[in-house]
Design a protein around this ligand. Structure first.
Ligand code: COA
Length: 180
């Protein structure tokens, strides 16, 4: 029987302290450095889900909402939100530890990545399905299909007419096709 894999099983957590080499000219964390940390964390989550070699296919969206100052402690939590055939969407949530005694944290940034599982010669191979459990996981799972279709249209790999989920979003009454 196929093992039931959940987003929680793929969780990867990485904590870093922002040192001078990691900063930009405003003394905040350099965006490229954060991207590198997020990419690594997402790669670990993707690997934990499929147990195969994975490569970054696409960075679908990264929002640098809040600057992260020099000296800050940053935690990245990445989980697979949905698995397709060979590709997986991974969402990395970035948190910042607040500098006061109650130890609370705020969400600073978020990134959405697509990884592909590959064989020894780098060809895409199938990955197991994923079963979301929490309300947030279910919401992200559903939205992942819309994001995938949008990304594939932008990349010129899908015809807008085949984007069933996007059509269902904008023209609910016209949509009867099966999702791709
Ligand atoms: C990623 C890679 C393996 C894809 O190979 P490919 O032959 O182009 O494969 P496909 O076009 O069939 O795409 C593979 C999967 O990615 C998905 N995909 C492709 N472009 C995508 C995009 N822009 N957004 C979301 N998903 C995308 C496809 O839909 C497919 O998913 P599925 O199998 O779940 O349906 C290949 O392009 C590669 O090796 N790239 C270099 C990766 C790398 O080195 N990354 C490190 C940074 S340099």
């Amino acid at each position: 029987m196929e093992e039931l894999r959940t987003p929680k099983d793929s969780l990867a957590v990485m904590t870093q302290i922002v040192l001078p080499n990691d900063t930009n000219t405003l003394n905040n964390l350099f965006g490229g450095q954060l991207l590198s940390w997020m990419d690594r964390c997402c790669a670990i989550a993707a690997h934990r889900h499929c147990k195969r070699q994975v490569v970054t296919s696409t960075i679908n969206n990264v929002a640098f909402k809040n600057p992260i100052p020099h000296g800050a402690i940053v935690t990245i939590e990445a989980k697979v939100s949905r698995a397709f055939s060979s590709s997986m969407e991974i969402i990395a949530d970035v948190y910042l530890e607040e500098q006061h005694p109650n130890g609370s944290r705020i969400k600073a940034n978020e990134g959405i990545f697509t990884f592909v599982a590959v064989d020894q010669i780098g060809s895409p191979i199938n990955v197991p399905a994923i079963h979301p459990e929490t309300a947030l996981e279910k919401e992200r799972y559903a939205a992942a299909l819309r994001r995938r279709q949008l990304a594939l249209i932008i990349a010129g790999k899908m015809e807008p007419n085949d984007a069933t989920e996007l059509k269902a979003l904008f023209y609910p009454e016209e949509s009867t096709q099966q999702p791709k």
